[in-house]
Write a protein that binds this ligand. Structure first.
Ligand code: F0G
Length: 472
């Protein structure tokens, strides 16, 4: 054979692998630390991975938010920033990218997702109103509550079970929502807050059929559906893979069809859209947009920059287009699955099915000896860091926070530690190293004794809370 013939090679080895649809042009060195250094660093950080310095972290799986590697085209776009205070050319690029790919009419840029959540919650929730959603997200619920709303969970029950194999564990339970409407009255519902995918359930998708049926139910009661589109492209991948009739539909077309079943959306562009900072808010309705456009000047900035530099908006416009490429999203989720499959082969308990952006370790199954008051998922994040310098994030009782009415802890059924995979950043070899460290911590699981919280901030406590070991 004088030249490479993929077909022949495939037959010869009997396998066909996927690979990233890019190659690496610039690298950033990693720092490996010893255990003594990590013990000191974790102690200084109050056993909270959010309080570690990143120079003390080896492989950083804290979050997929703002941690993507940008493409050469995005960096080129950064150089084309029009830093005018008003009417920047980059704003108009961003506006047309969102209109084209997401299909909404009126667009506002925001500094990140929670900026958009803040504006929408202030404008669309009256104090005392309910906001039903398919499981809570930390910042989303916090802003709904700050605006006087009350969150009501209407996700299907399967979402709360880490082992349930349902292909669309992010779906809204339409019976639960119907009952809520019947008992509380449609006028007492601000809007339905629909997230695709559902982060806290393990990056679980919503089916197209569910989004469509939800819209029909809400229209009958004149209730709006607003979408958290932060990871909608990942959601579209699961629809393409699992929902009958979508196997030949392009990701971009699935995204557009999905948003057509909603009245507006917000997004943290730091995830799907491959940028290090940025977000947006988009609605179709004029009076609401007018209100949002007026509010944005108080909290974010003028309506044509929303807290961002022109260059950031340009990178976002390009990132949105790149994120919709079928081969991009296949390799992104392929890498997450690769890690999930290694851990599953070794019988380490994780949330199934594997979702879009992360592997979620089931900390309850790691540490049956710990109650939720001893913070099993926080403990697991600490143990993993001590073992290898890998940084993960607690997604259990600490993240769930307190009920604003009773003051008591929310005790979520899911007590998880998230290994979140940044986009286009780490290689398959890094995933091997991560899996091996998780396996070591799993093998040593009976020795864990849990943590005690010694400092608790008022809002979103998981970011800044401090802990100490219960024995030691
Ligand atoms: N919605 C979802 C589903 C998110 O995952 C996030 C952020 C936000 C909204 C808020 O956006 O951070 O830009 O203000 N999630 C990050 C995470 C922090 O690690 O999951 P933001």
């Amino acid at each position: 054979m004088t030249h490479f013939e993929p077909q022949t090679m495939g037959q010869q080895f009997g396998r066909r692998s996927w690979a990233e649809p890019w190659k690496i042009k610039m690298v950033e060195p990693l720092r490996v630390t010893d255990r003594d250094t990590r013990e000191r660093a974790l102690d200084e950080a109050g056993y909270n991975t959010f309080l570690l310095r990143s120079r003390d972290v080896y492989i950083d799986l804290l979050t997929d938010s703002g941690t993507s590697a940008m493409s050469d085209r995005q960096w080129a776009g950064m150089m084309m920033g029009d830093e005018a205070y008003a009417g920047s050319v980059n704003f108009f690029h961003l506006e047309s990218a969102i209109q084209h790919y997401y299909g909404y009419r009126h667009i506002l840029p925001t500094h990140q997702g929670r900026g958009a959540e803040h504006l929408l919650s202030r404008a669309a929730i009256k104090p005392g109103q309910l906001v039903p959603g398919n499981m809570y997200f930390t910042t989303t619920r916090a802003h709904q509550e700050l605006a006087g709303g009350e969150f009501a969970d209407v996700v299907i029950d399967q979402a709360h079970d880490p082992d349930d194999p349902h292909p669309f564990k992010g779906n809204v339970d339409l019976d639960k929502l119907d009952t809520l409407i019947a008992t509380r009255g449609a006028a007492n519902i601000a809007y339905v807050s629909l997230a695709a995918t559902v982060n806290m359930a393990g990056g679980q998708p919503v089916s197209m059929a569910n989004a469509k049926a939800l819209k029909a139910l809400c229209e009958r009661h004149e209730i709006k559906v607003y979408l958290d589109a932060t990871r909608l492209v990942e959601n579209a991948f699961f629809i393409q893979e699992r929902e009958l009739g979508y196997q030949a539909t392009r990701i971009a077309d699935i995204v557009k069809e999905f948003t057509s079943h909603t009245d507006g959306a917000w997004s943290s562009a730091k995830k799907d859209s491959l940028v290090n900072i940025g977000g947006w808010l988009a609605v179709n309705e004029w009076p609401l947009f007018e209100e949002l456009r007026n509010q944005i000047v108080l909290f974010e900035g003028l309506h044509t920059y929303g807290g961002l530099a022109g260059r950031d908006m340009e990178a976002m416009a390009i990132g949105i287009a790149e994120s919709m490429q079928d081969d991009h999203i296949r390799s992104r989720i392929g890498q997450v699955r690769y890690l999930g499959e290694l851990l599953t082969d070794w019988e380490v308990p994780i949330v199934h099915p594997v979702g879009g952006h992360a592997i979620f370790l089931n900390a309850r199954a790691f540490y049956p000896q710990l109650s939720q008051d001893e913070f099993p998922a926080q403990t697991l994040a600490a143990e993993l860091y001590l073992d290898s310098g890998i940084r993960s994030m607690e997604r259990g009782v600490v993240s769930a926070g307190r009920d604003p009415k009773t003051g008591g802890h929310h005790y979520p059924n899911l007590e998880l530690t998230r290994l979140t995979i940044p986009r286009r950043v780490y290689t398959q070899a890094h995933m091997d190293v991560v899996a091996e460290s998780v396996k070591t911590v799993w093998d040593n699981r009976t020795a864990a004794t849990g943590l005690e919280m010694i400092y608790e901030p008022k809002y979103l406590r998981f970011f800044q809370a401090r802990f100490k070991p219960r024995h030691g």
